[in-house]
Design a protein around this ligand. Structure first.
Ligand code: BTN
Length: 241
């Protein structure tokens, strides 16, 4: 792995977008102590206290993965993060579909993956990851956050944590490359937040009660409503309440 640190970037994902990927090796990591325009899911901003957390992007070239199976990469990266946190002694870790990492009911890590398909082939995936490490006070925009420090009561070294995280993601990525997707599917499902539990969601502008039953091969969230209707939802179609 090749980690390049910057003091300030607008967004590590945006920085990667501007690179000529022919010149960039797989597992190059762009990390920033500060992001001035961090990007989140659903067009949100990702806000992170300067120098306290990890905000970085990993460049991957998953040419071995057919584009129709690109959601497998999301699963592998999520599980890599889970593995690292678990090895740091954190319990009760869930993956909130599609790829937020939760500890109990609180978010510790967000991921934004941008895939490039060229000539029908998976060419590049920029995996942007924001992990709350040493921040203990959050603004209202953060929802219900937590951090490593809040959970372990110890300050973590950012560089060590980053190296650890990337090694774990690398292991899951290798597993995927070596046809380990059945195992990855199984473990992802086992970690899925609110899977099999009746909970409230917003769908088509309406509040519904439904049970998550799984995730389709293309990454849609599958649910069964309390009225027995089966739903298959893309990100914009469903919201956790
Ligand atoms: C989310 O909304 O949960 C996704 C957050 C992803 C944030 C990371 S921080 C590093 C990378 N660069 C960005 O601009 N966003 C991602």
């Amino acid at each position: 792995m090749n980690i390049v640190w910057f003091d300030t970037l607008d967004s590590t994902n945006h920085y990667c977008e501007l690179l000529d990927m022919n010149d960039v090796e797989e597992f190059t990591v762009i990390a920033a102590r500060e992001q001035t325009a961090g990007r989140g899911q659903r067009g949100n901003h990702w806000v992170s206290a300067v120098g306290e957390n990890l905000t970085f992007s990993i460049v991957l070239k998953p040419v071995f993965l057919p584009p129709l199976r690109q959601f497998e990469l999301t699963k592998a990266v999520s599980l890599g993060i889970v593995d690292a946190l678990e090895a740091m002694g954190i319990g009760g870790i869930f993956i909130k579909w599609p790829n937020d990492i939760y500890v109990g009911d609180r978010k510790i890590c967000g991921t934004l993956i941008a895939n490039t398909i060229t000539g029908g082939q998976f060419a590049v995936a920029v995996c942007g990851i924001g992990l709350n490490v040493n921040q203990t006070k959050f603004g209202p925009e953060a929802g219900r956050p937590t951090s490593l420090r809040l959970l372990t009561r110890t300050k973590a070294d950012l560089n060590t944590t980053l190296t650890y995280l990337i090694s774990s993601i690398e292991r899951r990525y290798e597993m995927l490359r070596q046809n380990g997707e059945n195992e990855i599917d199984k473990e992802y499902l086992n970690r899925l937040y609110q899977c099999g539990i009746a909970a409230r969601y917003r769908h088509d502008g309406q509040g519904i009660t439904a049970i998550i039953t799984g995730v389709s091969p293309t990454g849609q969230l599958m649910l069964r409503t309390d009225e027995g209707r089966e739903l298959s939802c893309a990100m914009k179609e469903i919201e956790f309440l």
